[in-house]
Design a protein around this ligand. Structure first.
Ligand code: ATP
Ligand code: MG
Length: 559
C-alpha cells in the first residue's frame, strides 16, 4: 500500500539550502522572489506549489515576493484572468510586496533591446516565420545564419525604431539576439527578442505594436525588481543559458539567478492552463470554477480550504526530480483539515421514509447533537425528532445478509442521538421501489442507550420529515478516469462520464447555514459538504467536497 498521509510541514528544500548559503556568504542581505503567472487562464493546483514556494520563502526569510504578471502575449490575456489570479493568491493566504506587470517595463525593455543592437548583439531579421523556423536547425543539425545577420548597427537601429513606429505589418521583421546559430542549445540560436503584433494590450492599449518575447522579458523583469532567486519549473533549465546571456550582456539594476524545480503533476488531473482552457471552452465543465476542476477557484467552490492546499504543498516538498503525486495525498490533506474544522450535521441524500407507528402523531422532541466529537468548543445543537423521518435508501436492504447491520425487515438499529427502531413492514410503489418503512421504536432506548443490555450494532443518520430542508446535493468524482489524462492526444477521451451526480431530493436537518460557500460541514457518514455559489435559502445547493474515506484506494490496490 502506498502512503498518502500528510506529514507536518518541513520547509527545508534544496532552494532554501542555496539561499542559506548565499546569506551566510554575505552574497545577499534580503531575499526577493516573485510569482510570475501569465494572465492567460485561471491558476491551478500546480501554481499553488509555486505560490507556496515563492511566498513561503519571502515570509520565512523576512524578504519580499512580488506577484508579477508576465503579460507579453496580449492575444491570450485578459483582465478577467488578472482579477482571478489576484483573488486566488490572496485566498491562499499570501500577500504580495507589489503587483507589477511585465508590460509596465515595456519602455525599459525597449531601451535594453536598443542597447543590445548598439553592442552588435541583436539584429533585425527579415526572414518570415517559416524561414526562421527552417533555418534554426534541429537537435542533431546546426542552424543556418540569417542573410540579415550582418546588418549594420545603424540599419538595425533604424529598422527596430520603424518596427516600433508601426511602419510594418505583422511578421515583416523581428528582432533577434546574435548569439550562435551552431550552439548545441537551440535556445541560443539567435532567439527572437521582439515581434510585430498589431493587437491591443489589456494594460498598454495600442501604445505598442511590437511585443518582447518571454525569455527576453522574464530575466530583465526579475532584474528590474531586484529579484534575487528566480524560481521556475524544470522545463526552463535549457533556457537558463539565455537568461544568463541577456543579463550578462546588459547593465541591469541587479543580477538574479534562475533556479529550477520540478512541476507538480497530479494523478487523474490536468495541470496545464492550456488543457484546462480546452475543458472550459469546449464545455466539458461548467467553467473555470467548476468544482471538479483542480483550479484554485474550482477547489474553493468545491469546499477545499486554503490551509489544506498549503498543507499539501508542504507535504509534497520541492525537488528537482519529476514525479507524479497520488490524488490521495491531496485528498488526505483536505480530510485532515476538514476533520478538525467541520461541524457535524445530519443530512439524507437519497431519502426513503420511515414511519414510527407507535410514536404519537402530534409529538415532537429535541435531541442534543454534539457538533464536533473532538472539540467541545463547537457546542451542541437541537435536532428535532418526530413520527416521520427520512433515512438513507442505502441504509435499508430487504434481503440483507447477516453482516448488514442497518435496516432490514425484523432488524433493529440505533438512530443517531435518538432511539432504537425495528423495521416491521416495507411499503413499495407501483414500480416495486421501496417507499416507506413502517417501524416501531423502543421508548426506553432514548438517547441511543440500550435499556436492557441488548446489542444493536448499527447506527444510522436520519432527518425529521416535518423539520427537514429540501436541497440539491452534487456528488463529485474524479474528472478523469485515467491517471495521466494530459498525456493523451485527445484529453476528452478519458473524461469520467460519472464525475458529477446530482441528487435533487436530499433533506437536511434545520441547523444548517444554506448559503455563503463558507461553512464546511461533515454530514455524518456521508462526507464533507459546503453550500455552492448557486445556493439560496429557497433552493439550497450543496457540493460534496470529499468523502470520508478514499473509495479509490481499493480500486488502485486491486489494479
Ligand atoms: P501552464 O502550462 O499551465 O499555462 P505555465 O507554467 O505556463 O503553466 P505560468 O502562468 O506561466 O503557467 O506559471 C506561473 C508560475 O507557476 C511559473 O513560475 C511556473 O513555473 C509555475 N507553475 C506552473 N505550473 C506549475 C506546476 N504544475 N507546478 C509547479 N509550478 C508551476
Ligand atoms: Mg508559462
Amino acid at each position: 500500500m502506498t502512503d498518502t498521509s500528510v506529514a507536518a510541514g518541513d520547509h527545508s528544500n534544496f532552494i532554501r539550502d542555496i539561499i542559506d548559503n548565499d546569506l551566510s556568504n554575505n552574497k545577499l542581505n534580503k531575499v526577493v522572489t516573485r510569482f510570475p503567472p501569465e494572465p492567460n487562464g485561471y491558476l491551478h493546483i500546480g501554481h499553488a506549489k509555486s505560490i507556496c514556494l515563492n511566498f513561503g520563502i519571502a515570509r520565512d526569510y523576512q524578504g519580499r515576493c512580488n506577484l508579477r504578471f508576465d503579460d507579453t502575449n496580449p492575444e491570450k490575456e485578459s483582465i478577467e484572468y488578472i482579477n482571478s489570479i489576484r483573488r486566488d493568491v490572496e485566498w491562499l493566504g499570501f500577500e504580495w510586496h507589489s503587483n507589477p506587470s511585465a508590460s509596465d517595463y515595456f519602455d525599459q525593455l525597449y531601451q535594453f533591446a536598443v542597447d543590445l543592437i548598439h553592442q552588435g548583439k541583436a539584429y533585425v531579421d527579415s526572414q518570415n516565420a517559416e524561414e526562421i523556423r527552417d533555418n534554426r536547425g534541429t537537435l542533431t543539425s546546426p542552424g543556418v545564419d540569417s542573410p540579415y545577420r550582418n546588418r549594420s548597427v545603424e540599419e538595425n537601429l533604424q529598422l527596430f525604431e520603424d518596427m516600433k513606429n508601426d511602419k510594418f505589418a505583422d511578421g515583416k521583421h523581428a528582432l533577434r539576439a546574435k548569439i550562435d546559430m551552431q550552439s548545441g542549445n537551440i535556445n541560443l540560436r539567435d532567439p527572437l527578442l521582439y515581434r510585430i503584433r498589431h493587437i491591443t494590450h489589456h494594460n498598454t492599449g495600442d501604445d505598442w505594436c511590437i511585443y518582447p518575447l518571454y525569455d527576453f522579458t522574464h530575466g530583465l523583469s526579475d532584474a528590474i525588481e531586484g529579484v534575487t532567486h528566480s524560481l521556475c519549473t524544470l522545463e526552463f533549465e535549457d533556457h537558463r543559458p539565455l537568461y544568463d546571456w541577456i543579463l550578462d550582456n546588459l547593465e541591469t539594476p541587479s543580477r538574479p539567478v534562475q533556479i529550477e524545480f520540478s512541476r507538480l503533476q497530479l494523478e487523474y488531473s490536468l495541470t496545464s492552463k492550456r488543457k484546462l482552457n480546452l475543458m472550459v471552452s469546449e464545455g466539458h465543465v461548467d467553467g473555470w470554477d467548476d468544482p471538479r476542476m483542480l483550479t484554485i477557484s474550482g477547489m474553493r467552490r468545491r469546499g477545499f480550504t486554503p490551509e489544506s492546499i498549503v498543507a499539501f504543498c508542504d507535504a509534497i516538498g520541492v525537488t528537482k526530480k519529476d514525479s507524479t503525486i497520488q490524488m490521495g495525498v491531496l485528498e488526505n490533506a483536505l480530510r485532515e483539515d476538514l476533520n478538525i474544522r467541520a461541524a457535524r450535521r445530519m443530512a439524507v441524500i437519497d431519502p426513503i421514509k420511515v414511519v414510527i407507528e407507535n410514536y404519537p402523531e402530534d409529538q415532537e422532541e429535541m435531541f442534543s447533537g454534539v457538533n464536533h466529537p473532538q472539540n467541545p468548543d463547537y457546542g451542541t445543537r437541537e435536532v428535532p425528532f418526530s413520527r416521520e423521518l427520512y433515512v438513507e435508501r442505502d441504509d435499508f436492504m430487504e434481503d440483507a445478509p447477516n453482516k448488514f447491520f442497518r435496516l432490514s425487515p425484523g432488524r433493529e438499529v440505533r438512530l443517531r442521538f435518538a432511539y432504537y427502531i425495528t423495521c416491521n413492514e416495507v411499503i413499495k410503489n407501483g414500480a416495486g421501489e421501496v417507499e416507506t418503512l413502517i417501524c416501531s421504536y423502543d421508548p426506553e432506548s432514548r438517547g441511543g442507550n440500550s435499556p436492557d443490555g441488548r446489542k444493536v450494532k448499527g447506527t444510522i443518520h436520519w432527518v425529521s420529515t416535518r423539520h427537514a430542508v429540501k436541497a440539491q446535493v452534487n456528488l463529485y468524482d474524479r474528472l478523469f478516469n485515467t491517471a495521466n489524462p494530459g498525456a493523451a492526444d485527445d484529453i476528452t477521451e478519458s473524461i469520467n462520464p460519472d464525475s458529477r451526480q446530482i441528487m435533487e431530493n436530499a433533506r437536511f436537518e434545520p441547523a444548517i447555514e444554506l448559503t455563503g460557500n463558507k461553512i464546511a460541514y461533515q454530514f455524518e457518514r456521508l462526507g464533507y459538504f459546503i453550500s455552492d455559489y448557486d445556493s439560496t435559502t429557497e433552493n439550497p445547493v450543496f457540493n460534496r467536497t470529499m468523502t470520508l474515506r478514499d473509495s479509490w484506494a481499493k480500486i488502485e490496490q486491486s489494479r
